[in-house]
Every structure is written in C-alpha cells, then in structure tokens.
Design a protein around this ligand. Sequence first.
Ligand code: IMP
Length: 424
Amino acid sequence: MPANLVVGAQWGDEGKAKVIDYLSKDTDIIVRYQGGANAGHTVVVGGKKYIFHLVPSGIIYDNTTCVIGNGVVLDPEYFLKECADLETHGFRVKDKVLISDSCHILLPYHRLIDEAREAGSSPERKIGTTKKGIGMCYADKMLRNGVRAGDLLDKENLKRKLNHILEVKNQELVKYYDLEPVNPNEMYDFLLDFADKMGKNIINTVYYLNSELEKGKRVLLEGAQGTGLDIDFGTYPYVTSSNPTTGGALAGSGVSFRYLKDVIGITKAYATRVGEGPFPSEILGEAGDVLRKLGGEYGSTTGRPRRCGWFDVQMIKHAVTVNGINSLVLTKIDVLSHYETIPVVVGYEYKGKKLDFFPSQGLEDVKPLFAEYKGWKDDISGINSFAKLPPLCQSYIKSLQELVNTKIGIVSTGPDRDHTIIMD
Ligand code: IMP
C-alpha cells in the first residue's frame, strides 16, 4: 500500500493538522519526519481544540500507530508533557507511539543556546526562532556530537558517549555563550528517566515502516513547518533547520520512495509567516492587523502574532515544483469573506524585469505584481459542498487552481472536521 505525504506549501501554519486529522481515519500509521517541538498543529474535534507539538496529530484516532521518525529532534521534557496532557484528555498515547532509534534527542542546553543566540543577535541577524533549541540540536547531529534515542537503550554506552559529548559541549557553553556547564551525571539521570518511561517504544522504525508498507498498511507522512522554511528551498537564513519538503520526508522516515503516492500540499487562501524574513505579499500596518484578527493568526507554539499577506502564486508554484505536489488543500477560505476585493500576488519583478520563479536569493528586493479578484462578501463558514459556495468564491478557487496549475482537491471552510469540501 502507498505512503501519502502532507506538506506545507507556505511558511508553516497552513492548517496541515486538520488535513492530517481528516486523512487519519483511513490511515494505519502516521509519521512525523522532521522538526520538533517548534511545531504547533491544531486540531478541532467537536468544538474542542487540541494542539500538538511533537506527537503526530493523528494520535487521536484509536486505529492509528504514530511514529517519531529519525529526522525529528525529540525533546523529552516537551514530549512527556504532551503525552501526559493528551492522556488526561482520554487519548491513548504511550502505547501507540514508536520512536526511531536514530532520532536525535534535544537536550535542555540546546534550548539555552538557542535563546542566547537569539538574544545576542543584531536585528539583521535575528531569525525569530521559537527558542525550542531546534537548530542547535540539528547542528550537533551534523557535527556528529548528538545523543540518539537508540543510545538510551545501552546504559554503559550512554554514559561513555555523554562524557565525550559534554566535554566538547561544556567548553562551548562556558567559553562562547557564558552559560553554566552541564553536569554529566545529572544529564545521564535525566536521560535514564526518559529511557525508563519510553525505552520500550524506541525501535528501528525504518525497518518497521517499510515492512508494514510491504504488508499493505497505509502510511501518512506528516510534515511540520513548510516549504518556505525549508533549510534548502526556503528563504535562507530565515528558515528552520530541517527539510519539511518531500526529500526530507523520505530522509526523515526511511520510507522508500517506491511507496510514495500522493504529495498533498497545504496552503491557506492567503499567507502568513512567523519570525523574520522576506515576505513579498505581506500586508503591513492596520490592514495586516485586520486579516490577523479575522484569521486568528497567532502562533500556537509561541503565541506570537503572525505576519499576514495575500496568496502568492509564485510561492505555491515553487512548493509544487520542489515537493512534486499533485493535489492542494486550500484552507481558511472563510476568512476572506470579509473582503470587497481580494488581491493575489501573480508574479514578481526584480530589478525592472519579470521573474518567472521564486528566487533563492534577493526575495526581499522583488516587487510583487498583483491581480484583484472580486470578493463574495457572504459568510461561508462550515459550508461543505462546492455547489453551495457563492459563485464568486467558486471562481476565486478556480482561478487559484489555474494560476498554480495544480488541482485543488480539498477546501476547508472552518476549523472543525466537518467544515470541509471534497472537490473530487
Ligand atoms: P526554529 O524552527 O525554532 O529554529 O525557528 C526558525 C524559523 O521557523 C522562525 O521564523 C520560526 O518562527 C519558524 N517556525 C518554526 N516552526 C514553525 C511552525 O511550526 N510554524 C510557523 N513557523 C515556524
């Protein structure tokens, strides 16, 4: 059976979790493949809101097994807290989550360094991270100075490894960041506590996933963040430190590309981003505040107000290309009901010349070219059939589909599971 992939086409917060939740009912295994507790995936079920950071949001279906893939950076404190919160809401979590033995463990000092770096950066260098230590843990992974979940299964080896790692790390903490050194014994106890609680769940998920796929199980790969935040294909350096895009889904799960079937790209009917970095379609000033308020655009992990802008065709085409998206989901279209006219960025101009693609450099200097669409000015929240949408809303959706040259398979008109239009 195939693996399908849900990937963000913008700068994260596109509404991926609602789509994952929707698809989870026909899925056996859901895999988070990158990122960590920087993600904030919101699902609304029966009017109740749940926010997921590390645990795949598909956990709320009883039939699913959830996997934290090798590409994730796992923060034990956040993870255990999230499991406990979900269990108090009556969800089975610990007996349904598997953790890759190759995923890296995010340690408290990663968060401290992230905070120190952001605090010490000049305004031009500040990334506006979530301060969850994500980049620092991935840096240690690349420097080959990280702790992996599998290391927790062998106490002697863990002790030895930790001593080596902290020898290097403590020099960095003290000399470079003016922070307290880490006590190896305390860190060892901290990790052993996590191993006691979750050790049974740590397995070789690469073997597990591919053999389950071979047996016919249905797998959903759950992306966090989005294409615009991808370390390679996003607006570097204003990006996260992983690959949320399709290549990252395979590298971060070990699922063979042969199993990959649909790549479903999620985009809002407008655009948002949190943190610093270029944003050609951004709406500044009070007009931006209006859209923020209408869309409730505040970060679910940090509570920060999101920057708001219009739908950007060039960006979505970039996401379609990089990810091989064969179907798009358009979310939060109900938020646009307020507008008389709806601008859309249909192209860019750079140094007086039209640019046919989303550039890797100099995005801050492009001039967005707008087209305007007539708004429908009718409340469409909760509508679940395309035929029931006002004609102007139907033609807005069709126009976006033509502009990005990709099928829009699902349209979301509200936060709840039922507020969904299936286009096919
Ligand atoms: P980091 O991932 O915490 O290192 O932050 C790097 C950039 O990615 C910052 O601009 C964050 O605001 C952004 N970011 C990280 N995670 C998310 C997310 O889940 N949604 C939206 N933006 C995110």
